[in-house]
Ligand binder design. Structure first.
Ligand SMILES: Nc1nc2c(c(=O)[nH]1)N[C@H]1C(S)=C(S)[C@@H](COP(=O)(O)OP(=O)(O)OC[C@H]3O[C@@H](n4cnc5c(=O)[nH]c(N)nc54)[C@H](O)[C@@H]3O)O[C@H]1N2
Ligand SMILES: Nc1nc2c(c(=O)[nH]1)N[C@H]1C(S)=C(S)[C@@H](COP(=O)(O)OP(=O)(O)OC[C@H]3O[C@@H](n4cnc5c(=O)[nH]c(N)nc54)[C@H](O)[C@@H]3O)O[C@H]1N2
Ligand code: SF4
Ligand SMILES: [Mo]
Length: 726
């Protein structure tokens, strides 16, 4: 450290683990990052991505000013010019073609920023368009739908009580690379090792022998896409062998009889071929789960982005419920975040409905107010009333992250009248925008985890202010989004705090709190005032000032049971066998008898990468962080593929070529290609990424394969054919 260096705390926004970092700062540059040992939650943990915070923050390819398209070319522009352009175009299009002519795409980083949590709801309310798409339909929407149906609240997601459970059944998740998802747990790997040390059991179900699987007591290399069948059979055994005992939940359940009846045909023997897991092992899984003093079943990407994603997500909680582990310490519990609404007394709620409206072209039912992101292209391309003409893309790169990027690429280029991207990079998607609004690098932003605190394995709360001041000519992302709301809503020119004032007024009214509270809020920015209000209205006795007095965070204790208070179903009970699930079950039954596909594709993640946008950080590149096709030795021999040679992979959406990596870490009959690669399109400004572009796995998909209840794209267990490239 030099004489003018200092340190500052910053919660890491780079994955769901939300580690506290101590940044070293020289002048206004971040020159180092280490784990904050005093952080109440992460206690010093850091991974290579967090350690690379400085390089990622200072990436010279980050945009410094807005870009505005003039004469077909994106040119640097002032913020005034950028917002003037938006205000001149979007309201006029709405005026001429109606609200349906607008569409919004919300990408993953929105859950990692304060701005992304606070402003998109206001943007959607302003636009009043049904054309809402997000990364959720490439990800966790099945879980939301399952939770909505079971508990009446799509946001009531039970997380495994990692630090207290005696038995963890982990399905289609690889937290040793991902650091956990829908289960916020800094040092997930350490917590799994601690489970083993205290005598607990870890079972991993994954077609690949991942780093997580190598840590397990038992690894089942299931045939991809078959988890719902396996889980149904485990539930069947629990019932058949009279091992089911929902315990304290018994009085809060309905539908147990119908569920039992519906599971009759899903015997271990019946599903064994489809799963490629023998029937005795399935029975053992069920017996171990029932016998464990406490247990939690937890699933992630491999259980969601598949043909039966909603059924698998539902069955995961069915198993937690049948074994009495839902809502009990050591099982799967519902976190209570500091900014959640203060609990109300238990009572029947409004319930959760699917398909309240449908998409224009294919009639996809909405789920949680969204249409499948896989259906974005057709909504832009297909002529007629309600065609999307103006698209607002907030922190999303669907050209790489969604199915059939080539088609979307064309639709964005040719089918839109106007497009805005809020993005730090000029990349595969934002290159099509008419206006690009770049947020500042993370060191210059405040951070609070509105989303992830409600998935955290321990209730806790932390807030960090910007580690370095906003550079001149930069605009905070909260202000960018507030001004975007004003510009599209016909209030261009009003001060950004107008949006926060409206939000505060609405929140006070909804909570029945006195209006005067607005004047008592502390905080130096709109987002801080809104945070202060949420903390004051929340379940703990907290304020922003109190939080600022605790720079390493405040521990709010272990997770506690919340049923029945949290239930919002119409019955006021857990609805174990909801009608949409019942209607989808015959499809699963048919899958049981289907001939398995010859070769199927699954994805994978790398610890030193993140979806589509981190390949531009030189320090994180190389080593095993490469875009290779992993192939089992038996398949390689059969197809005639040599290690390091190029393979051609074909599927319904197209074909790509990738170098072959022969490894028995994938099971036979399965090949694996990571996502987020394919940085070869012209007109981007990602010099490091485009030097070694890789290929876009999602080009293999045509976007028609969806989990029907949630509209989530099938990204795993996709039939492919592989040949040597000539
Ligand atoms: N085949 C396959 N496809 C997948 C997946 C898979 O497992 N397999 N995973 C899916 C999943 S789980 C997800 S979540 C999606 C992600 O899909 P997306 O959300 O579309 O993609 P990301 O790469 O996460 O990043 C989105 C954009 O956010 C920008 N960005 C980064 N930081 C910020 C910021 O602070 N503010 C703003 N405004 N923008 C920022 C990046 O530059 C990038 O352009 O991909 C999905 N696609
Ligand atoms: N380093 C890093 N961390 C990340 C991300 C990243 O890109 N890189 N992305 C973040 C995001 S957006 C998310 S959503 C999370 C995801 O978090 P995880 O779900 O933990 O991440 P994945 O590594 O995609 O793990 C999915 C696993 O499912 C397996 N799988 C594939 N198909 C099947 C199947 O049919 N059945 C079963 N049982 N398993 C299957 C895959 O082999 C893979 O190991 O990670 C987050 N964290
Ligand atoms: S585990 Fe996630 S939150 Fe923690 S340092 Fe790494 S990227 Fe950041
Ligand atoms: Mo994700």
């Amino acid at each position: 450290m030099s004489a003018d260096s200092r340190t500052a705390l910053r919660i890491c926004p780079l994955c769901e683990a939300t580690c506290g970092l101590t940044l070293t700062i020289e002048g206004t540059s971040v020159t180092g990052a280490r784990g904050d040992r005093d952080d109440v939650f992460s206690q010093g943990f850091i991974c290579p991505k967090g350690a690379a915070f400085g390089g990622l923050d200072a990436d010279p390819d980050r945009l410094r000013t807005p870009l505005v398209r003039r004469d077909g070319v994106l040119r640097e522009a002032s913020w005034e010019e950028a917002f003037d352009t938006i205000a001149a175009r979007v309201p006029a299009l709405i005026e001429e073609y109606g609200p349906r002519s607008t569409g919004v795409v919300l990408g993953n980083p929105n859950v990692h920023t304060m701005a992304g949590a606070l402003y998109p709801p206001l943007l959607l309310r302003t636009l009043r368009t049904p054309n809402v798409f997000s990364a959720s339909t490439l990800d966790q929407m099945p879980k939301h739908v399952a939770s909505g149906l079971l508990f009446g609240d799509a946001h009531a997601i039970a997380v495994p009580d990692l630090d207290r459970t005696g038995h963890l059944l982990l399905i289609g998740a690889n937290p040793l690379e991902s650091n956990g998802s829908l289960c916020t747990a800094p040092d997930f790997p350490g917590r799994l090792k601690a489970l083993r040390r205290r005598g607990g059991t870890l079972t991993v179900i994954d077609p690949r022998r991942t780093r997580t699987a190598r840590l397990a007591d038992r690894h089942l290399a299931i045939r991809p896409g078959a988890d719902a069948l396996l889980l149904a059979a485990v539930a069947h055994v629990l019932v058949e062998e009279k091992l089911a005992d929902p315990g304290a939940l018994t009085d809060h359940l309905e539908g147990l009889g119908e569920l039992t009846e519906a599971l009759k045909e899903f015997t271990p023997e019946a599903v064994t071929t489809a799963c490629d897991v023998d029937a005795a092992t399935i029975r053992t899984l069920a017996r171990e789960l029932a016998a464990a003093p406490t247990a939690a079943v937890y699933g992630r990407i491999g259980s969601c982005t598949v043909e039966h994603g909603t059924l698998a997500s539902w069955l995961i909680d069915v198993l937690n419920i049948l074994t009495g582990n839902l809502d009990r310490p050591g099982g799967a519990l519902f976190p209570l975040s500091a900014t959640a609404r203060a609990p109300r007394p238990a009572a029947p709620g409004k319930g959760f409905a699917l398909g309240r409206w449908a998409s224009r072209v294919s009639g996809h039912p909405e789920a949680k107010g969204e249409f499948p992101l896989a259906a974005l292209s057709e909504e832009i391309e297909t002529p007629g009333d309600g065609r999307i003409r103006a698209l607002l893309v907030l922190a999303a790169n669907p050209v790489l992250s969604a199915p059939d990027g080539d088609r979307l690429d064309r639709a964005l280029a040719e089918g839109l009248d106007f497009m805005v991207s809020v993005d730090p990079y000029l990349n595969e998607t934002s290159r099509h925008a008419d206006v690009v609004l770049p947020p500042p690098p993370p060191s210059q932003s405040a951070h609070f985890d509105f989303a992830f605190n409600s998935f955290a394995v321990r209730n806790q709360v932390r807030y960090t202010r910007p580690a370095v001041p906003l550079e001149p000519d930069r605009m905070d992302e909260s202000e960018i989004l507030a001004r975007l709301v004003l510009a599209v809503g016909g209030m261009h020119g009003a001060p950004a705090h107008t949006v926060d004032d409206l939000a505060i007024g609405a929140a006070l009214a909804a909570a029945g709190a006195p209006e005067e509270l607005a004047g008592e809020l502390s905080g130096t920015t709109g987002p801080e005032r809104r945070l202060d209000l949420m903390l004051r209205l929340g379940p703990y006795d907290l304020t922003l000032d109190r939080l600022l007095d605790h720079p390493h965070g405040i521990d709010l204790g272990p997770l506690e049971p919340r049923v029945p208070q949290l239930l919002k179903t119409r019955s006021g009970r857990i609805e174990l066998f909801p009608a949409p699930v019942a209607a989808d079950l015959p499809r699963l039954l048919r899958a049981m008898h289907r001939e398995p596909a010859g070769l199927v594709l699954v994805g994978r993640r790398h610890l030193r990468s993140n979806n589509s946008w981190m390949h531009n950080v030189a320090a994180l590149r190389g080593g095993s962080n490469v875009c290779t096709l992993q192939v089992h030795p038996e398949d390689a021999a059969r197809i005639g593929l040599l290690d390091g040679a190029t393979a051609r992979i074909r599927a319904a959406g197209g074909e790509v070529e990738a170098p072959v990596e022969i490894t028995d870490a994938v099971r036979a009959g399965v090949v694996s290609l990571p996502h987020g690669w394919g940085h070869s399109r012209p007109g981007t400004r990602m010099s490091v990424a485009s030097a070694v572009p890789g290929v876009n796995v999602n080009q293999l998909l045509d976007g028609t394969l969806l989990d029907p209840l949630s509209g989530t794209a099938v990204l795993n267990a996709v039939p492919v054919s592989v040949t040597p490239a000539s």
